[in-house]
Design a protein around this ligand. Structure first.
Ligand code: F0G
Length: 481
């Protein structure tokens, strides 16, 4: 998908696809939106879809599928064992990654469970550029530690660093030198999730992997967001600009011992799995698949999704396909910046991220600025985002609040799902909210589960600010939803 210069001078991300199946959406009035978020305990996870206009909660399992993917689903082979669907998917992974073996799993975190159960012991250290929630949970559950080694720039909200997901190679080398006997593998998340979909460079991936191998440590890649990372390597890295996407992918996979992914993101379907070069590593993990997932040739996935994934992986090697997400995110980020709205820069993959600490600096962190902003953005436009701040953290053992390093509202852009006018609408309502930001107040818990509180917790506003926001909206949009 190219960025096309219009006669007007504007650069527009022009869709290289047409929409052939649509799903009806509702845009309910602002009064109903305020009621709905109250019913949901001011937690966007608990909203009902009928009240939502643009669902920007996640890019997981909600990407648009192509006509070729849907067609492939019709020829799936659902034999319990020896399914030719499994063979087709494995062959596609071999073609793309050069890996010989594939272990299917029902989604990304199930692959993480298998890898962690095989390699992590009490006291293990797992270095990684940045953690993801489910990854860390599997490692710490088994008594291991996560050591994050992302470059300093990675956690700065505002930056012009093109590869904020890179490893700090000096720290990596030091850790491996001192502790390699406690490190069963290092994990490379390409691209990152929690720091704003930020990529690593090809050079950094190769150097990090070489360091690990020098100390006899296995390299494991979380490739869930690899499609976005490939786009950024191709467009931002001088040394990769003449390489094809397939060549870049092979350069990366050649340095990895194990590649796992969520097929809800990579491959535009649902499911997941682990691709492996060596038979020895494959055999080490294999028995966990029938024990926890399903038989070896489906691993808990629907065979239809596996067929769609094989085609989706093939389409991931097409720049017209994988550029849509990052270009729409860049468009949204740039338009918000033009209106002064604080966002994470540079624009990454997965979604556009609002910086709640700068958006509503008057809301103190103990009153959850990212959560409050998520509720306010929903009231302003029926847009559902995901809180990525203190609510997503766990309290300390003594019950005190663990304040997050950053308070972000993630507005995911599922791939090829929204149109540009919908993105423009989102930008418009967010900039309206920014102009009325002084009205937004904080939240407090009324029901707080002891774990995963961001999924199920219920909150309330600390004042009647949602009502004030509705009144301001009505003054400005007397005749519009
Ligand atoms: N790794 C990364 C980088 C992810 O983004 C995710 C999921 C997983 C692993 C787990 O995969 O969901 O298939 O089990 N991210 C989703 C999100 C949940 O909304 O960002 P899964």
């Amino acid at each position: 998908m190219p960025e096309i210069r219009f006669y007007s001078g504007e650069n527009i991300p022009l869709e290289l696809h047409k929409v052939r199946i649509v799903q009806k959406l509702d845009l309910v009035p602002v009064e109903r939106r305020a009621e709905a978020i109250e019913e949901a305990g001011y937690n966007t996870f608990l909203l009902k879809n009928k009240d939502i206009y643009l669902d920007m909660l996640t890019d997981s399992g909600v990407n648009a599928m192509s006509d070729r993917q849907l067609a492939a689903m019709m020829v799936a082979d659902d034999s319990y064992a020896g399914s030719s669907t499994y063979t087709r998917l494995t062959d596609k992974l071999t073609e793309i990654f050069g890996t010989e073996y594939f272990l299917p799993a029902h989604q990304g975190r199930a692959a993480e469970n298998i890898i962690a159960m095989t390699f992590v012991q009490k006291g293990s250290i797992i270095p990684m550029n940045y953690h993801f929630t489910t990854t860390k949970a599997h490692i710490t559950r088994l008594g291991g530690y996560v050591e994050e080694l992302v470059v300093d720039e990675g956690v700065k909200v505002e930056s012009d660093c093109p590869f904020k997901g890179n490893f700090d190679l000096e720290r990596l080398e030091k850790l491996l030198k001192e502790n390699h006997d406690r490190i069963p593998f290092m994990r490379i998340e390409a691209g990152t999730n929690l720091i704003g979909g930020q990529p690593l460079s090809l050079e950094n991936i190769e150097m990090a992997a070489d360091i690990a191998h020098r100390y006899g440590v296995l390299t494991v890649m979380d490739a869930s967001l690899l499609q976005d990372n490939l786009y950024f390597i191709k467009t931002r890295e001088e040394k990769a600009k003449d390489l094809s996407l397939r060549e870049i992918t092979r350069r990366i996979s050649g340095k990895m011992d194990i590649i796992y992914f969520s097929g809800r993101k990579l491959g535009f379907a649902r499911g997941g799995g682990i691709s492996i070069h060596s038979k020895e590593l494959y055999l080490k993990m294999r028995e966990l698949v029938p024990m926890f997932e399903g038989f070896l040739t489906y691993g808990g996935m629907s065979v239809r999704e596996m067929e769609a994934m094989a085609v989706g992986l093939d389409e991931t090697m097409d720049m017209d396909v994988i550029s849509q997400g990052p270009l729409f995110i860049k468009y949204m980020t740039d338009e918000l910046m033009k209106r002064g709205v604080p966002v994470v820069t540079p624009a990454g993959g997965l979604g556009c991220h609002l910086d709640a600490m700068r958006f509503i600096p008057h809301v103190k962190q103990e009153e959850y600025p990212a959560g409050a902003l998520a509720a306010a953005v929903f009231i302003a436009g029926g847009l559902r985002g995901m809180e990525r701040g203190t609510i997503s953290e766990q309290r300390e053992e003594d019950g005190s609040e663990h304040l997050a390093a950053v308070e972000l509202l993630r507005l995911a852009l599922p791939r090829r799902v929204f149109t540009l006018s919908q993105v423009k609408y989102a930008v418009d309502r967010i900039s309206w909210l920014y102009d009325n930001r002084s009205l937004v107040g904080g939240l407090r818990f009324v029901e707080e589960p002891s774990s995963l509180r961001f999924f199920f917790g219920r909150l309330e506003p600390v004042s009647d600010w949602p009502q004030k926001l509705v009144e301001a909206f009505r003054r400005d949009f007397s005749d519009s939803l």
